[in-house]
Design a protein around this ligand. Structure first.
Ligand SMILES: C=C(CC[C@@H](C)[C@H]1CC[C@H]2C3=CC[C@H]4[C@H](C)[C@@H](O)CC[C@]4(C)[C@H]3CC[C@]12C)C(C)C
Ligand SMILES: C[S@@+](CC[C@H](N)C(=O)[O-])C[C@H]1O[C@@H](n2cnc3c(N)ncnc32)[C@H](O)[C@@H]1O
Length: 363
């Protein structure tokens, strides 16, 4: 083979690898690239240890039940998965019903916009995003409503990613990101004109604690909407196969325990909210939210190969393959949860903080 042919073959192989890893991979344009996968705020050498630490929480379930330990366990989880989520899913870390003729991104945006439309927000209002991730929903909601959005996340790495994306999108004057625990928020009472949480409060060990905090920081008369992860009326705790699916979802998603849908409104009322509306957005006529997970199967195999190669080359931290494999299995449990109808990630509840709350506090 002469040198020109050798050069062309080399260039073709290099181009192919670049296309496979960098172009085919990212879920959003100019999103996270496979070669940039990291362990979040954890240094690369500690990713494997932290992954093992994450699993050890499930070997001592009592520890997960201890409220004080949960934020640390959730923080470890997001250090491990944030880059993989961004790379393989995008900047919005939640599900949405499929919409025929619309892309995943369009369906995601409509699901996010529905949340802010429900809380009647005006331009200039200050609203809270409880558990904001890297800010996909926050940016969509700020752009759609022109409200000022303050997001809170426990994970430091997500704070930096969210701030970077806000700046890049030219939305940093409307979007602010704070590192903190949503069980003890660093905000004064009656300081927000509205609030929303998208698939985040499921990480709270006691829903009552996070709802009470949201209630505290909201101005009287303002609205809060949440998309909750729940087991539905189809779930039978006596069926071992169903229990396996629910436990698989809990373990792969850092959940201290999935709640039943009946607990949501009850908890909201207990902390003083008026329940305005409650609806499982996953129920027909909505199209399945889990088809996107099913359709991604080929991409997951490709991602598995990419992660294995990058990890072997020392580009991705050791442990990334394990984390990816955990997510791969989780995708299967989530799909089974969706197919059987025993699980919903979008049980919507819309609540109002009453104008007068004195009676509630004194009772
Ligand atoms: C609300 C939460 C997260 C919900 C989803 C955003 C994520 C749940 C499972 C995740 C994924 C599973 C499979 C991954 C795949 C193997 C990989 O190649 C690319 C990324 C995945 C698709 C990943 C993306 C995010 C999820 C869909 C929880 C945590 C409360
Ligand atoms: C699945 S992500 C959803 C993120 C975002 N709502 C979205 O849809 O893109 C859950 C978020 O909740 C945050 N979270 C979980 N427990 C928390 C806590 N105790 N305090 C603050 N944030 C928390 C996580 O850090 C993460 O950002």
């Amino acid at each position: 083979m002469d040198s020109l042919a050798l050069f062309c073959t080399g260039a073709l192989i290099a181009g192919g690898i670049y296309w496979f890893v960098c172009i085919l991979g990212p879920a959003e344009q100019r999103g996270k690239r496979a070669v940039d996968l990291s362990g979040g705020s954890i240094s690369a050498e500690k990713v494997q240890d932290n992954y093992e630490q994450y699993w050890s929480f499930f070997r001592r379930p009592k520890e997960i039940e201890t409220a004080e330990k949960v934020p640390d366990f959730v923080d470890t989880f997001y250090n491990l998965v944030t880059d993989i989520y961004e790379w393989g899913w995008g900047q919005s870390f939640h599900f949405s019903p499929s919409i025929p003729g619309k892309s995943h991104l369009e369906a995601t945006r409509l699901h996010e916009q529905m949340a802010v439309d429900l809380i009647n927000v005006k331009p200039g209002d200050r609203i809270l995003d409880v558990g904001c991730g890297v800010g996909g929903p926050m940016r969509a909601i700020a752009a759609h409503s022109r409200a000022k959005v303050v997001g809170i996340t426990i994970n430091d790495y997500q704070v930096n990613r969210a701030r970077m994306h806000n700046k890049k999108a030219g939305l940093d004057s409307l979007c602010e990101v704070v590192q903190g625990n949503f069980l003890e928020m660093p905000f004064p009472e009656n300081s927000f004109d509205g609030a929303y949480s998208i698939e985040a409060t499921c990480h709270a060990p006691k829903l009552e604690e996070v709802y009470a905090e949201i209630f505290r920081v909201l101005k009287p008369g303002s609205l809060y909407v949440s998309y909750e992860w729940v087991t539905t009326d189809k779930f039978k705790s006596s069926d071992p196969e169903q229990v396996e699916v629910i436990q698989g979802i809990e373990r792969g998603d850092a959940l201290p325990g999935l709640r039943n849908y009946t607990d949501i409104a009850e908890t909201a009322r207990k902390v003083g909210f008026e329940v305005v509306k409650e609806k499982d957005l996953a129920k027909p006529p909505a199209q399945p939210w889990w088809t996107r997970l099913k359709m991604g199967r080929i991409a997951y195999w490709r991602n598995h190969i990419v992660v294995t190669i990058l990890s072997a080359l020392g580009i991705a931290p050791k442990g990334t393959v394990d984390v990816h494999e955990m997510l791969f299995k989780t995708a299967d449990y989530l799909t089974r949860g969706g197919d059987t109808g025993i699980f919903s990630p979008m049980h919507m509840i819309l609540c109002r903080k009453p104008e007068k709350t004195e009676e509630i506090w004194s009772s």
